[in-house]
Design a protein around this ligand. Structure first.
Ligand SMILES: Cc1cc2nc3c(=O)[nH]c(=O)nc-3n(C[C@H](O)[C@H](O)[C@H](O)COP(=O)(O)O)c2cc1C
Length: 342
C-alpha cells in the first residue's frame, strides 16, 4: 500500500519544516522584515513557533518510514495546515498582517493539503482492508488429501495441550508418545481423559495401558520440544522412545509407569475405563489422577497451577507448538457481578 511518493513527500515536508523552523529560530525578525509586517513585541514566541514547526519536521521524517502506520502524525500535520490559513485569514481581516505575509501560508500549508490528504486516504483504505474470508464447505474439505485434511481439521479445535504419555509393558519395555488430546474430565473424582487413534495399526501406548493399567502424563516444555515431537515417529515395538528420543525415564514413588524426568508438570494416572467410540474407532481413555508433581512456585494460593511458569507448551494442529502467555486471571463469573481481573 505504501507508494514511494508518500515517503518522498513526508521526507521533503520534514526537511522543509526543519529548515523553515531553524530560519525562524535563528533569524526571528527576518520574515517580518521581508514581508513588511509589523515586528513582533516578543520574538521569542515566534521562535517558539519555529521550534514547534522544526520538531514536526522530525515527526514527518519518522512518518516517512511507514506512512500508513504513522498516519496520526500526518493527520495532526494536515490539521495544522488547515487551521493555520484560517487563522491567517482572520488576521488579514483584522489588519494584523499584510497580505504579503501569506507567502508563508502557501509554502507552509496550502501546497501540502493534497499530498497529505492522499496519504491519509491510503491509510484509511489500508486500515479498512481485513483479510478476505475463505469459506470451505464439508463437501470441499472432505476431498482434501488425507494429510492436508488431518492438519486442517486438527487446527480447528484451537490450541491444545501437549503431553507425553509414559507407559510400560509386561516385559518392562517402556514407551513414550506425544498427544494433544488430554483433557480435563472432572475434579472430584480427579479424572483426566485422553483420545488414542483407532488401533488399525499397532498402538503401543494403548496396548501398554491395557496391559498395565497405569500410565503417566508429562507436560512438554521448550527444552524437550524436538525430542517430544520425535516420539510420534513409528518406532518398532521393541524400541523405547525414551532412549530413541533422548528423554530420561524415571520411576517415582513406586508408581508402575515411567515419568519423563525433563518434564516439569507430571502426573501418575490409573486407567478407569476404555471406551471405543463407534463414530470413528478412536479410544477414549478415562484415567484417575493418583499423584501430581509440579514446581513449587507454580502453585498459587487458591489452587491454580500457573503452568506457563513451568514453560508448558500448547500445540496448534499437529506440529505448531505455542508458548503460553498468561494474560491474567478473571474472577468467578456470577450473574449479579461484573467480571473483574484478579
Ligand atoms: C502434536 C501431536 C499430537 C498427537 N496427538 C495424538 C493424540 O492425541 N492421540 C493419538 O493417538 N496420537 C496422537 N499423535 C500421534 C502419536 O504421537 C503417534 O501416533 C505415536 O506414534 C503413537 O505412539 P505409540 O504407537 O507408541 O502409541 C500426536 C502426534 C503429534 C505430533
Amino acid at each position: 500500500m505504501v507508494k514511494p511518493w508518500m515517503k518522498n513527500i513526508l521526507l521533503i515536508a520534514g526537511l522543509y519544516n526543519i529548515l523553515w523552523g531553524s530560519w525562524v529560530i535563528f533569524f526571528p525578525l527576518h520574515v517580518f522584515q521581508l514581508t513588511g509586517a509589523r515586528l513582533p513585541q516578543y520574538p521569542e514566541i515566534w521562535q517558539c513557533v519555529g521550534m514547534i514547526v522544526a520538531v514536526y519536521g522530525l515527526g514527518y521524517a519518522i512518518a516517512a518510514y511507514s506512512p500508513i502506520r504513522h498516519w496520526p502524525i500526518v493527520l495532526v500535520g494536515l490539521l495544522g495546515k488547515v487551521f493555520g490559513p484560517i487563522g491567517f485569514i482572520w488576521s488579514i481581516y483584522n489588519d494584523v498582517f499584510p497580505l504579503s505575509f501569506g507567502i508563508n501560508i502557501i509554502f507552509n500549508d496550502l501546497i501540502w493539503w493534497i499530498p497529505f490528504a492522499l496519504i491519509l486516504k491510503k491509510a484509511y483504505n489500508a486500515n479498512q482492508c481485513s483479510p478476505s474470508v475463505k469459506s470451505i464447505s464439508l463437501e470441499e474439505f472432505s476431498h482434501y488429501p488425507e494429510r492436508f485434511r488431518a492438519k486442517f481439521i486438527n487446527s480447528l479445535s484451537g490450541i491444545k495441550s501437549s503431553n507425553l504419555i509414559g507407559t510400560i509393558n509386561d516385559d518392562g519395555l517402556t514407551n513414550l508418545c506425544i498427544v494433544s488430546s488430554v483433557f480435563h474430565l472432572g475434579a472430584n473424582p480427579a479424572l483426566i481423559g485422553l483420545i488414542i487413534r483407532p488401533d488399525s495399526t499397532r498402538r503401543d501406548t494403548l496396548e501398554n495401558i491395557r496391559q498395565n493399567k497405569f500410565y503417566t502424563i508429562n507436560h512438554v516444555n521448550e527444552s524437550i520440544l524436538k525430542q517430544s515431537h520425535q516420539t510420534s515417529a513409528r518406532y518398532n515395538e521393541s524400541t523405547s522412545e525414551f532412549k530413541a528420543c533422548q528423554l530420561t525415564e524415571e520411576f517415582l514413588d513406586n508408581f508402575k509407569a515411567p515419568f519423563v524426568k525433563e518434564s516439569k508438570v507430571k502426573m501418575a494416572v490409573e486407567l478407569i475405563r476404555e471406551e471405543t467410540l463407534p463414530e470413528n474407532g478412536t479410544h477414549l481413555i478415562i484415567g484417575k489422577i493418583q499423584h501430581v508433581y509440579i514446581p513449587e512456585d507454580t502453585l498459587e494460593e487458591d489452587g491454580f497451577i500457573n503452568i506457563t511458569k513451568a514453560g508448558s507448551l500448547g500445540v496448534n494442529s499437529l506440529d505448531g507448538y505455542v508458548k503460553g502467555d498468561l494474560i491474567g486471571r478473571l474472577s468467578y463469573a456470577k450473574t449479579d457481578k461484573k467480571t473483574e481481573w484478579l
